[in-house]
Design a protein around this ligand. Sequence first.
Ligand SMILES: NC(=O)c1ccc[n+]([C@@H]2O[C@H](COP(=O)([O-])OP(=O)(O)OC[C@H]3O[C@@H](n4cnc5c(N)ncnc54)[C@H](O)[C@@H]3O)[C@@H](O)[C@H]2O)c1
Length: 402
Amino acid sequence: MNISFPSNPGPLLLLIAGAKGAVASTVAVAVLALQRDPESILSSLTTADKFPYLGPPQAFQMVGWDQTQKTLVESIEDHGVLPERLWKPYQFELGQITIREAPAPDLDFRATVERLRDDIRVFGDLFPQARPVFVNLLPAALRTNPSGCQSLSELYKKRKIPEPVDVAYAAAAVLSGVPVVNFTPNEIEIPPLLQEAEERGVPIAGRDGKTGQTYLKVVLASALKARRLFVDGWYSLNILGNADGKNLVEPGKAEGKLMNKTEILDEILGYPVGERYPAASHKVHIDYYPPRGDAKEAWDVIDFLGLFGLPMSLRLNLQGRDSILAAPLVLDLARWMAALQQAGKSGLVPELGFYFKKPLGENPPLTFEDQLVSLRILEESCNRILAPQPSSTPSGPMRSPT
Ligand SMILES: NC(=O)c1ccc[n+]([C@@H]2O[C@H](COP(=O)([O-])OP(=O)(O)OC[C@H]3O[C@@H](n4cnc5c(N)ncnc54)[C@H](O)[C@@H]3O)[C@@H](O)[C@H]2O)c1
């Protein structure tokens, strides 16, 4: 049974797995800053002026889970994403955020899901007026072959967790009627979960937040395509020194992210880049480089051909900040999910491709232009249902594209 959460505008409640990580702890400070100094954060959100029926855009609360024993404040200090002057004013409130211990790794799948569902009930009791959205911010996991189970009861029969633990978190959210944002590269969108989500009116958005280098890759690839400039090769290098970068040193854990970062280019352009060469000419590397911490750097070398096949080349150097780019997107996605659920949308939401490296669902928009158009159409369809204009014709709940 879904937990009954109020449909009146109340705050959005972020339920975050990995709540003390670099991105989530930045979100925590942003949530508190929204309460005291909203403009400082709202100016960075893509949704601040959307969805008036959700209530004020600054109304957020956060809870979550983590496996580290460190406090949230200690984690913020360790990640070094934010200078002290930005988080110190909220030190007391940060200590009040409820972050539950992650379920023990030796629990089986069913017990893990049940434990997490209990937690979600407790979170609901803590914030009875709030509308919850689950956000997966767990570390990148080893790629597994999805189990092939067709139903949750089949998955329950497995003694051990068959997929990354993220699946158990997502299952607990779906079974509680809570929308899911999968910001990680981990594959959680398995058939039994999608089926449950469709049946319970739960939207799922993912996968792998598109924050820096890949965001600009989509923009540039779309621009080159629009001018019929032929991309002959694209070399992308990233260095980063945060926990995510350290984790991605393990090839099995980087595999999903590298695939997401690589496949997207051919999909946008509509041809395989470098097919005339004996080896791939779209290359993506991620390297762990401790001195940089969260302040990552990315280089792109783009070789392209113009009239008469004459070669040209472009260099892009992004000196970004991983969690600073990611945190506002998490807040935006939570607002989208609350609006979509209220509008009756369930299952995968390919129209949110703007926000993801690996947009899931049928026919996600690929070029930058198409992604912006999709967002606008999606917003308009929410508005038609949730804030009907006097002249507009009434319409039923939204359906996924067929
Ligand atoms: N920052 C970005 O720009 C960006 C972009 C796209 C995707 N992502 C993805 O977002 C995710 C989070 O990134 P991050 O930089 O915050 O990572 P992080 O390593 O700093 O944080 C992960 C957190 O998860 C916790 N954790 C580990 N196992 C857990 C479990 N079983 N239950 C609960 N908590 C657990 C860890 O203790 C840690 O606090 C990663 O998967 C990353 O690849 C980040």
